[in-house]
Design a protein around this ligand. Structure first.
Ligand code: MSP
Length: 529
């Protein structure tokens, strides 16, 4: 019921998005370069890319910025570099390059790839720190708790459990996070703290008043839940003696800034912060993000910590978060730390970039364990019409059905994307192709028994369907859709979202098919005998 309300209010929301003249800004999380990328990372990237590309097609005259990058500081990287006996900077140079290569290989259209070890990012982080400090929102305190190096965060006592090592009769045990299963260790030290608790009420209010701010609704509800419990202040530094790989606290070099405080600031770095603060119109650089794509494991950081930092800075909050589920193997999250990963480069070598993109976008909501079924999914496009005999009376209705559905297709795809339902958006296009395949089967334009008028209309509708689907598929499978549009001779300047309308572009001679908009009535006998 709640979701029905959300959907109802989405039209007004879409309209406000459509009218905004601000450049579009979408962000992907920045990846820990502690090991090679896997399919889960690629999924996040491709999802963000779909929105960046769609924004450019919808408003070709307005820039769409897309931030990606690598999150290079912190214990996790320090430890991984040490294990390979490498200097962390050299280690990050090597691993970060893999993620950049992944983004390039998959055709993601990021406009910035920020490494958190870059100077302009460090300047942004220091600026944020100093500003919060000047506002009295940072204080020194003694902090203790369970820290997970793998997750780079503290967990409260209630979120930790004992895990007995197998075959040791319970003599060996360790402590793990209930949420992620990652090992945690007790840490007690002097840290700088951020007054996160001061933002609890304003954040709660914000999420209560904006149900579309986090998708899916279950995760919106989770955030409201989290904000309904007492919110503790956040530890945002570690003693430099323990963590040397990170940005020093500008006011106290014996401390290193907490890696999440550093990493979340990247979204500001990507929009030109701190320079944007002095500009008359900061939104010209894209701030705030229209959409942040993240995995559900990092929701708390994006829905609570980062917005609190922004409120503290007096900056507008990101408009929406899309928090996706995880790709799993045997019901366990695919993860670099566990090592149960599917290699995206191998998948692309075997299947091609667009097939992998298609698979991720289409099955993203359903989550299979590997990319093995991809070929089967796509075979459906290659099936020839079955050639079975159908009655003449079914021919015109089949044509009508295909045309009627085509008329509303771009709107349906658009609405699904506005609602962040990527897989449904793609599904609508696939269903249209299947419908036209069925229409060809039913109308049999190759048959002598079909009138030439109907044959012409059927071919025109088929080609118009390919043109419109080719346009709408651009955000999902950019190379294949380009091949298709080239083959149809659709001019490069006629490939925007607006042109994805029936009769919205010329495809050579098929423009004659404009006549198809004056179809015979459903019951007309014009379908031949
Ligand atoms: N560095 C942090 C993000 C900082 S953003 C300011 C981080 N990095 S990560 O490399 O561990 O994960 C990056 C993204 O990949 C996250 O959105 C995470 O949810 C996503 N995924 C990692 N494993 C995944 C799956 N198995 N399935 C889907 N997405 C996964 O977190």
């Amino acid at each position: 019921m709640v979701y029905a309300k959300i959907i109802n209010s989405s039209r007004a929301f879409s309209a406000s998005r459509a009218l905004s003249q601000k450049p579009y800004y979408v962000t992907s999380p920045i990846f820990y370069p502690n090991a090679a990328p896997h399919i889960g990372h690629l999924y996040t990237l491709v999802t963000a890319d779909i929105f960046a590309r769609q924004a450019r097609l919808r408003r070709p005259e307005t820039p769409a910025y897309f931030l990606a990058g690598t999150d290079e500081h912190g214990f996790k990287i320090q430890k991984a570099a040490l294990a390979r006996d490498l200097d962390p900077a050299a280690f990050c140079d090597e691993l970060s390059a893999h993620f950049r290569k992944l983004a390039e290989r998959t055709n993601t259209s990021h406009t910035r790839f920020v490494r958190t070890t870059e100077q302009d990012h460090q300047t942004a982080v220091e600026h944020v720190w100093r500003e919060l400090d000047a506002k009295g929102l940072i204080y020194k305190g003694s902090h203790q708790g369970w820290y997970s190096i793998s997750d780079e965060c503290f967990y409260p006592e209630s979120q930790v459990t004992r895990k007995k090592a197998p075959y040791t009769m319970g003599k060996q045990q360790s402590f793990v996070s209930i949420e992620t299963g990652s090992a945690v260790e007790w840490m007690e030290e002097e840290n700088y703290m951020f007054r996160l608790s001061a933002f609890q009420d304003s954040l709660l209010e914000r999420y209560k008043s904006d149900p579309l701010s986090i998708y899916p609704p279950t995760q919106h509800a989770d955030v409201i839940d989290m904000l309904s419990q007492p919110l503790e202040d956040l530890s945002i530094s570690r003693p430099r003696a323990r963590l040397h790989w990170g940005i020093p606290v500008p006011t106290d070099p014996t401390h290193t800034i907490y890696v999440w405080f550093d990493a979340l600031t990247v979204y500001l770095t990507g929009a030109g912060f701190p320079g944007i603060k002095s500009q008359a119109n900061p939104s010209q650089f894209g701030w705030p993000p229209d959409l942040q794509v993240i995995g559900k494991d990092i929701l708390r950081f994006h829905a609570i910590y980062f917005p609190a930092m922004l409120q503290a800075l007096g900056l507008p909050l990101p408009k929406q978060i899309l928090s996706h589920a995880h790709w799993t193997v045997n019901r366990q999250k695919m993860s670099k730390s566990i090592g149960n990963v599917a290699d995206p480069f191998k998948a692309m070598d075997e299947l091609g970039v667009d097939l992998v993109r298609y698979y991720l976008a289409r099955v993203g909501g359903r989550f299979k364990d590997d990319v093995g079924t991809l070929r089967d999914e796509l075979l459906i496009f290659l099936l020839p019409p079955c050639g079975c005999t159908l009655t003449a009376s079914a021919k015109v209705p089949a044509l009508h059905e295909a045309v009627t559905s085509l008329q509303s297709l771009s709107q349906r795809v658009d609405e699904n994307l506005q609602l962040l339902q990527v897989s449904d958006a793609l599904d609508a296009i696939v269903q249209q192709l299947l419908m036209v395949n069925q229409m060809l089967t039913v109308t049999q334009p190759w048959s002598k028994e079909t009138t030439s008028e109907l044959t012409e209309q059927v071919y025109a509708v088929s080609i118009e369907t390919l043109r419109i689907c080719g346009l709408l598929l651009q955000p999902f499978i950019p190379s294949k859709s380009e091949e298709l549009l080239d083959a149809l001779a659709v001019p490069k300047n006629m490939r925007t979202w607006n042109q994805a309308q029936l009769g919205g572009g010329s495809v050579g001679d098929v423009q004659r098919g404009v006549r198809l908009f004056t179809l015979p009535s459903k019951s007309s006998p014009a379908s031949g005998s």
